[in-house]
Design a binder for this molecule. Sequence first.
Ligand SMILES: Cc1cc2nc3c(=O)[nH]c(=O)nc-3n(C[C@H](O)[C@H](O)[C@H](O)COP(=O)(O)O)c2cc1C
Length: 328
Amino acid sequence: MEFTKIKEMRESKRAFKPDKVSKEKIYKILDTARWSPSAANMQPARFLVLDSEESIRRIKPGLAEGNYWALKAPVIIVVFSKPELDYQGNNLKYYTFDSGQAVMSLIYAAVDNGLMAHPMAGFDGNKIKEIFNIPSDMDIIVVIALGYKGDINTLDDETRKKDMKERVRKPLYEIAFLNDLNTPFKITKREPERYFETRVEIRFNDIDLIGHVNNATFLTYFEEARWKFFAEIFGRENITKLNFIIASITIDYETPIFPLDEPIVRMWVSDIGRTSFKFNYQIVSKDGKKVFAKGGSVQVFYDYAENKPIKVPPEFIEKAAPYTEKYI
Ligand SMILES: Cc1cc2nc3c(=O)[nH]c(=O)nc-3n(C[C@H](O)[C@H](O)[C@H](O)COP(=O)(O)O)c2cc1C
């Protein structure tokens, strides 16, 4: 999975499906943690994996009551370490930092494997050590609930409320600075130099029983605009030479399109990565005042003969430049 997608999908929710997680997946996830960096390559983190109903039941007295939802996860991982297992310079004990890095790698690997990993600090370390015979000089750093994301309606009211809270972050300029501490690190998104715009012809069979353009048809409008965009920047005769696959499409419907509307698809490019880029779309009214829908699609350039993604061609970057959103 593309890293940006993993970043977007990672979340700490509390409902898990009862489905088991295969040993192979758990192995892959732990192996990613194993390959995380650590000071002087000391690799201080230790992992106790609980994947049986019995062992998960045993951890209950060691968890804070507010974390009992975690007992329904098919896997719980206890992460522990001690200062002596890591580098101890700079007046810092790196064992918690390096264990944290390993845990972050583990969490992202979980998402990459279709799973959710929820870290918890709400536990009694001494109890957990006692229950599982973990040496007393170890510190329990974090306990992770791991499994497939489940239905929020399976949670009790209080936990459900926690899961419904919007995920928020401080703005970057409050936590990062540029060159000196008086200059917040800020980036403003610049508009592209120009938008690609094309008119959409509403056909008779675009209309559904309710009398407006069928929701699924909006995606064909995006598709049509894409091909027109490529015809414009590369020339009509070259459009079949650009091999890419659509990795994902999102759409927000704002207001219906009726047969007499004369919608326009406005498009621009953003997020050019190593192998992929994003098209942004707006379907707007002729005068540009009404927005019918907004969306985005991620394309991956692909070598069909080799069956693998290829680098975004420099020619694409160059030709799409006027339509590409830039950051300053
Ligand atoms: C070290 C650590 C301890 C946490 N402890 C708990 C916990 O005990 N119970 C809980 O429900 N969530 C816990 N969380 C989850 C955080 O509340 C969550 O990561 C944060 O609200 C951000 O939400 P997000 O992970 O969905 O982005 C913990 C997260 C971390 C990193």
